[in-house]
Design a protein around this ligand. Structure first.
Ligand code: AMP
Length: 212
């Protein structure tokens, strides 16, 4: 089962990916998480991505395409995967088609997360992300409880540096310019669905599962 999550930053793609990866038994492939991990390990890819991420810009297509190509060929992707944050440009979407075609695979479900921009900005400013496992919570929830972390025992929440107001605005405009046009590319494909992302995460999960 291959799922592709499309939607602006803060629309709930990461949260839903984390909820669904155990339910469906397929890994969550987030290019953003891959870049953050690469950066924490100071790898060449991480260091190359850093400046783009800090400015809220996109990392060059070929870097992202090479990363995802390598990731989908790993053993744990054999039964499928959830793509979160990739593709983000038309070039990437066309490359994904070629990679899947080459592997004899196809996208089963394409989820378009719909949500008003003012809700997104409020969510991104308030969200805290575990620096180890990537789990996302609102600031109050993150401060209130110690949460089991699948990587390091207890989650350590912090605000992502690109979740600051100036960078959030830049990410939104880059999304509108470069990623929103992908809706046209995908909307007539079999398996394309639109979900209301401005509701309780459990309801969003149900809405997605009901279409699988
Ligand atoms: P995310 O965690 O998905 O919001 O991604 C964080 C940042 O990583 C983005 O703002 C980009 O700088 C970079 N990034 C992640 N995925 C991609 C992609 N598919 N194409 C280009 N840049 C990406």
């Amino acid at each position: 089962m291959i799922l592709l999550f499309l939607g602006p930053p803060g629309s709930g793609k990461g949260t839903q990916s984390k909820l669904l990866e155990s339910k469906l038994g397929v890994p969550h492939l987030s290019t953003g998480d891959m870049f953050r991990k690469a950066l924490s390990e100071q790898t060449p890819v991480g260091l190359q991505a850093k400046g783009f991420m800090d400015r809220g810009e996109y990392v060059p297509d070929q870097v992202v395409i090479d990363l995802i190509k390598e990731r989908v060929s790993q053993a744990d992707s054999a039964n499928g995967f959830i793509l979160d944050g990739f593709p983000r440009t038309l070039n990437q979407a066309e490359a994904l088609d070629r990679v899947l075609q080459g592997m004899g695979l196809k996208l089963d479900v394409i989820v378009n997360f719909q949500i008003p921009e003012d809700v997104l900005v409020a969510r991104l400013s308030d969200r805290r992300t575990c620096t180890k496992c990537g789990r996302i919570l609102g600031s109050k929830a993150a401060a209130a409880a110690s949460v089991d972390c699948k990587v390091s025992g207890v989650c350590e929440f912090a605000q992502r540096s690109d979740d600051q107001p100036v960078v959030i605005r830049k990410r939104m405009s880059v999304y509108q310019e470069q990623t929103a046009p992908l809706l046209k590319f995908y909307q007539s494909r079999p398996g394309f669905i639109t979900v209301d992302g401005d509701q309780d995460p459990g309801l969003v999960t149900q809405a997605i599962l009901s279409r699988i």
